[in-house]
Write a protein that binds this ligand. Structure first.
Ligand SMILES: C[S@@+](CC[C@H](N)C(=O)[O-])C[C@H]1O[C@@H](n2cnc3c(N)ncnc32)[C@H](O)[C@@H]1O
Length: 283
């Protein structure tokens, strides 16, 4: 890692979500919103937002969940979406303006280190936006400091890669044509960083949270038909990352992944196993 990157927390993630990651999420935002909808419903239910509350949406991306929360807290409440991705935040702001929502703000900030003002938020929400911190203990202590005593936390994160067919089905097909992956580093920043529930409990507990709940939520989910799913898989997640390093294999991998996804087609599009944790706590 270059010296500058070592000095800036989350430098790799900031680069990723402003470049390859940000562009695919902006372009395919409706697909990602479709896939994450069942998780959103569960985690919103767990947070139970009330009219008039001030909420944080951490790693809010293009704002799908932020706008939903803003409608729930109503004109007397407020939601602050926090993210490091400029292109995703630009889209989130456009969507808020189109929806005519005046009670939502977005800030470009690293949730691990930024002071989120004014403190005393009533709740912290995140839909798959808290697994990317290079120092999650510091990040959750920082977030704890932005909440009022008694505030609620509810976020959703992935369990292990092995339990998530949306990652393993295309990856196994791709790896038949690519060099083997280095062994994964447990807990490394990325989609599966919070697979271990004891690690989540430890990080939240040390940050000051109590009443920590970690509940499994399993469902079949998808982003659309076979073409839509293939287009997204080739540009995001583990297969997308591999193809950015092995462009020459794109056509071969695309054919193999298409074949692997085909048996998972249903009347509702390609549906794959997903496995998440719904995490709740009190500040
Ligand atoms: C998987 S996306 C989820 C986006 C959004 N929550 C959704 O469900 O559509 C992860 C998001 O976390 C953001 N993120 C990653 N590290 C972050 C950090 N340190 N501070 C704030 N946001 C971060 C990324 O930029 C990205 O928008």
């Amino acid at each position: 890692m270059a010296t500058n990157e070592a000095e800036t927390p989350n430098a790799d993630q900031i680069a990723y979500w402003n470049e390859a990651g940000g562009s695919v999420w902006v372009e395919m935002q409706d697909r990602f919103d479709q896939m994450t909808a069942p998780f959103s419903r569960r985690v919103v239910e767990a947070l139970a937002p009330k009219a008039g509350e001030r909420l944080l949406d951490i790693g809010c991306g293009s704002g799908g969940s932020t706008l939903d929360l803003a409608r729930r807290v109503g004109p007397g409440g407020q939601v602050l979406g926090v993210d490091i991705s400029v292109p995703m935040l630009d889209l989130a702001r456009r969507r808020a303006a189109e929806a005519g929502l005046g009670n939502v703000r977005f800030v470009e900030a690293d949730a691990q280190t930024a002071r989120l003002e004014p403190p005393g938020f009533d709740g912290l929400f995140s839909r798959f936006g808290v697994m990317f911190f290079d120092d999650p203990a510091t990040a959750f202590s920082n977030l704890y400091g932005a909440l009022r005593p008694g505030a609620r936390l509810a976020f959703v994160c992935w369990r292990s890669m092995a339990e998530n067919g949306w990652a393993t089905v295309p990856l196994a097909a791709a790896l038949r044509h690519l060099p083997p992956l280095p062994p994964p580093v447990p807990g490394a920043p990325g989609a599966f960083a919070f697979a271990d529930p004891d690690r989540i409990r430890g990080i939240l507990g040390r940050a000051g949270f109590s009443g920590i709940g970690v509940t499994a939520f399993d469902t079949k989910a998808g982003v659309g038909d076979l073409d839509q799913t293939l287009a997204l898989v080739l540009r995001s997640g583990p297969v997308g990352a591999l193809l950015r390093e092995h462009e020459d294999k794109r056509d071969t991998v695309a054919a193999a992944v298409r074949e692997a996804l085909a048996p998972h087609q249903t009347a509702d599009g390609v549906l794959l196993d997903t496995a998440a944790w719904i995490v709740t706590a009190t500040a």
